[in-house]
Design a protein around this ligand. Structure first.
Ligand code: COI
Length: 329
């Protein structure tokens, strides 16, 4: 099992008229939506999504990782996209009810997780450019395992993109809006044809500092310092990113959130990517301007391994959850 869609029995649904209250339909059978051709999401991309995971522990409990962080990010995204926010309690309840209704699809411990996809979209019909008159909030899910080919912790090979940018200052790069993701496909597909796993983006102003990879945040390690691009509005404020910063600091690393130049990356001891979908993905190599640097002989680096083990250990209930990140279903 990789990261393909396996549909499950149920999804959660709520709707809202612009200026009104959310009306909860609750857990409903998973199925197609009926949309007007003039719905705002189809015409103007008015929508945000989240990515989250639920895990089964060896005792058979079901745990959801940091749902309140996703609720908060979804609320901020709704504001940026002029949509009514989903109240945080409703968001959390929706996620827990979706997991509970689809409990049989949560893989056994160590075999993967149930990926949850909360989706807030402008479904009402509109022709002129403006906020949709009505909105739908859904949570659907799919059992998943490794995002990248080769399995979890198989080092990935990245190429640095110099022509296209993912986001620019003042844009929507820090919002998990649906329109941020299709523009990366052209570059990603070209890179895959050339044998790379994915693409690293540089900043749009100087073409010098790392932003993120198409679907995940980026970290590099030099000695006992771990550096990651700071949140300046152009990259996604990843919840795995935030968790890794905390875990690394607690292990005695100096964690720096700042501009990370591509030259620095080419001289790093080790690099890895983080995200809900990718978890902690070690970087085997980076190609930039025709030069390729291999990290840790193309094997999993010790910091990537340690961060992966600690994060997944907490998520799967194997290690103590000292920070109260897991929510029991
Ligand atoms: C996630 O990591 O949850 C994401 O939303 C990335 C997505 C492109 C698969």
């Amino acid at each position: 099992m990789g990261f393909g869609l396996t549909t499950t029995a149920y999804m959660f649904k709520a709707t809202c008229e612009l200026g009104g209250e959310w009306v909860v339909e609750g857990v409903v059978p998973y199925g197609d939506l009926s949309l007007s051709p003039s719905s705002a999401v189809l015409n103007y991309g008015q929508g945000v999504f989240e990515g989250m995971k639920a895990f089964r522990t060896s005792e058979g409990e079901l745990l959801v990782f940091r749902p309140d962080e996703n609720a908060k990010r979804c609320e901020e995204g709704a504001g940026r996209m002029s949509m009514p926010a989903v109240p945080r309690d409703l968001f959390r309840d929706a996620v827990l009810r979706t997991v509970s209704a689809n409990a049989e699809y949560v893989p056994p411990v160590g075999m993967g997780s149930l990926y949850l996809r909360p989706l807030l979209i402008g479904t009402g019909a509109i022709l002129g450019l403006g906020p949709a008159p009505s909105y739908t909030f859904l949570v659907y899910c799919s059992p998943v395992a490794s995002y990248f080919k080769g399995g979890q912790l198989t080092p990935i090979d990245l190429t640095v993109e110099e022509t296209y940018h993912r986001a620019a200052p003042g844009g929507s790069g820090s919002t998990k809006c649906i329109g941020n993701y299709s523009p990366v496909l052209k570059v990603q597909l070209e890179a895959k044809k050339r044998g790379f796993s994915d693409v690293m983006y540089l900043d749009a102003k100087e073409n010098k500092y790392i932003e993120e990879v198409s679907s995940c945040n980026f970290f590099c390690v030099k000695g006992k310092t771990i550096s990651t691009p700071s949140l300046q509005g152009t990259i996604l404020p990843g919840i795995t990113r935030k968790s890794i910063c905390e875990l690394a600091a607690a292990r005695g690393f100096t964690v720096e959130e700042r501009n990370v130049s591509i030259d620095e990356v080419m001289n790093a001891d080790e690099c890895f990517c983080t995200g809900t979908a990718v978890v902690v993905a070690p970087v085997g190599s980076v190609e930039y301007k025709g030069k390729t640097v291999k990290f840790c002989d193309g094997k999993v680096g010790p910091t990537s391994q340690a961060m992966y083990d600690e994060l997944t250990g907490i998520q799967q209930g194997k290690l103590p959850d000292e920070r109260g990140w897991n929510v029991k279903v």
